[in-house]
Design a protein around this ligand. Structure first.
Ligand SMILES: [Zn+2]
Length: 260
């Protein structure tokens, strides 16, 4: 079976909590119903979403994995109950400075999720993009967030998801030195062993991933993935050629143009 790792962010239970977000932020929020339908579609396709223990046992990732970035409040009050009802697990990547602030999960909620078998990983301390930081600043982001998660949750933290999906030449070695075993990116790609750890690509879930789109995708993932890998490659090349700052500017213009 094709290896699939999905990247979610907030899930909207229609209580107005996401109303104040910018359009860019909203472009990563799915409705509660859509996520529930995704879980149904995965089950119908015979896909078992790996539990955190199974994943860490293999030091890499298995066949199907659900991940959530940032530590939104909906991780606890929307995703967690739906996952539990299905008896499946997911990994939640937490930006540690955001824990307990309005709109985000609390340490108590994270402990409850971890105790129920959910995986917890780091998404940095402040969510600053690592690509914009010096090696020392990157080390502080990655070491501090891992340390506070381990202290608060009483378990080893082995996975990191890159804020904004951004990294530079120092990031992998820094993550490895800080004790991470797996680094999750934000663009699709097969897991690769690199520099002493695993780099794992993910498929970004956006509101246009309706229940129907998920069903069609799961019917023949390879067909869509081939196109996604090609797009991700072009994006990486553009970023390399333009430099991260200029690439961001071009990307913003492109999205404004596409939305018209
Ligand atoms: Zn993030």
């Amino acid at each position: 079976m094709t290896h699939l790792v999905f990247m979610y962010h907030g899930l909207d239970p229609h209580d107005g909590r996401y109303d104040a977000l910018s359009d860019a932020e909203k472009s990563y929020v799915l409705s509660r119903e859509t996520f529930a339908a995704h879980l149904d579609a995965l089950e119908q396709a015979g896909r078992h979403c790996m539990g955190a223990d199974e994943v860490w046992g293999k030091e890499a990732v298995g066949e199907t994995l659900l991940t959530f970035d940032d530590g939104w409040k909906s991780d606890y009050d929307v995703a967690f109950p739906l996952l539990r009802a299905k008896g499946v697990s997911a990994i939640f990547f937490i930006t540690t400075d955001w824990v307990g602030t309005p709109g985000y999960v609390t340490w108590e909620q994270l402990r409850e999720m971890a105790d129920a078998g959910m995986g917890i990983g780091s998404h940095g301390k402040t969510h600053r993009f690592l690509s914009t930081l010096t090696p020392l600043e990157q080390r502080l982001e990655l070491a501090d967030s891992r340390k506070v998660l381990e202290e608060k949750l009483g378990r080893e933290i082995r996975a990191l998801s890159l804020p904004g999906g951004r990294s530079n030449a120092d990031t992998l070695a820094t993550a490895r030195d800080c004790g991470y075993k797996t680094v999750f990116t934000s663009s699709p790609g097969l897991p690769v062993a690199l520099g002493g750890l695993w780099m794992v690509g993910r498929i970004a879930m956006r509101p246009n991933w309706t229940a129907e789109k998920m069903r069609v995708f799961l019917d023949d993932p390879q067909r869509t993935l081939r196109r996604m890998y090609a797009t991700a490659l072009v994006k990486r090349l553009a970023e390399k050629t333009l430099g991260a700052k200029r690439y961001d500017a071009v990307h913003r213009i492109f999205w404004r143009w596409k939305k018209r």
